[in-house]
Design a protein around this ligand. Structure first.
Ligand code: ASP
Length: 339
């Protein structure tokens, strides 16, 4: 390839773009454009021609699936126009979810890299510029191709499927608890520990870029009698398109909650995941009411190694195509819920 390669940077807001008018530097809100983020990284223009676009200026708790699907459309367009790679900057609170939603549909070999910052640009030791530089290096590297969506943070590279925000304040907030990061950026070089591989992307149904199925995530708790799940079911047939349960341990719930799961699974797809933050749902170990074997017999499907929020996004993405038959649901979680 000749000439300076182009990397497109799309900014969605978050701490990396947040500033303060207060004298004590508090009360930060997203204000900075993509151009301003780029201008804060010394030497960026020497390694790539940067095409910067401000796609939104939101705190990441207020991002939603349609905004991320619009971001996907933008990323496809810039790659089709010749960008060698794409970087999306956003708030860290929901970054693990946006990255995975993008990954489910990212159907290009070019790297799509998501990053953010834990410290805002005005404070000492702001990490945004370093993370953005790492993300651009990652997006430029030919070894990053055919890996789907990656998350660059604190010099580490993570697969979107497994990465999670695991600390509310630390600059090394991102981890891949089950399998660890797959790469690092060291002295400007992008290095991976594993060969490029990925699960095939899902097809985005035409015209569904603004679709928004309703798939709530219900966390179980000590003494759960199924009240929340039954209340959702009582909301009626038009209420939800599926439900994900964040279960105990390997995906377990109480005996009374198991009955509510059975009632719900008779109406819409129900997926059970583990709330532990690491490790898969069980398949055949426990047999008591509320265990993985019992929930499966009642019609629910285990999320495998996917965290509850990622399982929710997979079910949401499948529901874009309409009602999801249980056999398709089980097959998709079997394919996408394990390494
Ligand atoms: N604390 C968040 C961040 O790191 C705020 C947000 O997610 O927008 O960006």
């Amino acid at each position: 390839m000749t000439g300076t390669p182009t990397v497109a940077i799309g900014a969605l807001g978050g701490t990396i773009a947040s500033t303060s008018n207060a004298t004590d530097g508090g009360e930060i809100v997203p204000t900075l454009s993509a151009e301003r983020l780029v201008a804060a990284v010394p030497g960026l223009g020497e390694i790539a021609a940067i095409r910067a676009e401000t796609l939104a200026q939101l705190p990441s708790p207020s991002l939603d699936e349609p905004t991320i699907l619009r971001t996907l459309g933008w990323a496809r367009a810039v790659v089709d126009a010749g960008a060698r790679g794409v970087v999306v900057t956003q708030g860290t609170d929901t970054l693990e979810e946006s990255a995975y939603l993008l990954d489910l549909f990212w159907d290009r070999p070019e790297p799509l890299v998501v990053t953010g910052a834990m410290r805002s640009p005005q404070v000492a030791g702001a990490d945004g510029p370093a993370n953005l530089l790492t993300a651009v290096r990652c997006a430029l590297a030919s070894v990053s191709r055919e890996r789907g969506v990656l998350v660059a943070f604190d010099d580490e590279l993570h697969q979107a499927r497994w990465v999670a925000k695991t600390d509310s304040m630390s600059t090394s907030a991102f981890r891949s608890p089950v399998f660890g990061p797959i790469g690092r950026c060291v002295e400007g070089e992008v290095v991976y520990a594993v060969p490029a591989a990925r699960v095939p992307p899902l097809r985005l149904p035409p015209g569904q870029e603004t679709g928004d199925p309703r798939v709530p995530l219900v966390a179980t708790y000590l003494g759960d009698d199924g009240y929340v799940l039954d209340a959702i079911r009582a909301g009626g047939a038009n209420g939800v398109d599926g439900v994900v349960i964040a279960g105990f341990g390997a995906g377990h719930v109480s005996a009374r909650m198991a009955e509510a799961v059975g009632r719900m699974a008779g109406r819409v797809p129900v997926v059970f995941a583990s709330r532990t933050g690491s490790g898969p749902t069980g398949r055949a170990m426990y047999g008591y009411p509320g265990s993985e074997i019992d929930l499966t017999a009642r019609g629910a499907v285990g999320a495998g190694w996917l965290s509850p929020v990622k399982a929710r996004l997979l079910l949401w993405a499948l529901a874009l195509h309409g009602p999801v038959p249980r056999s398709d649901l089980a097959a998709e979680f079997e394919l996408r819920g394990r390494p």
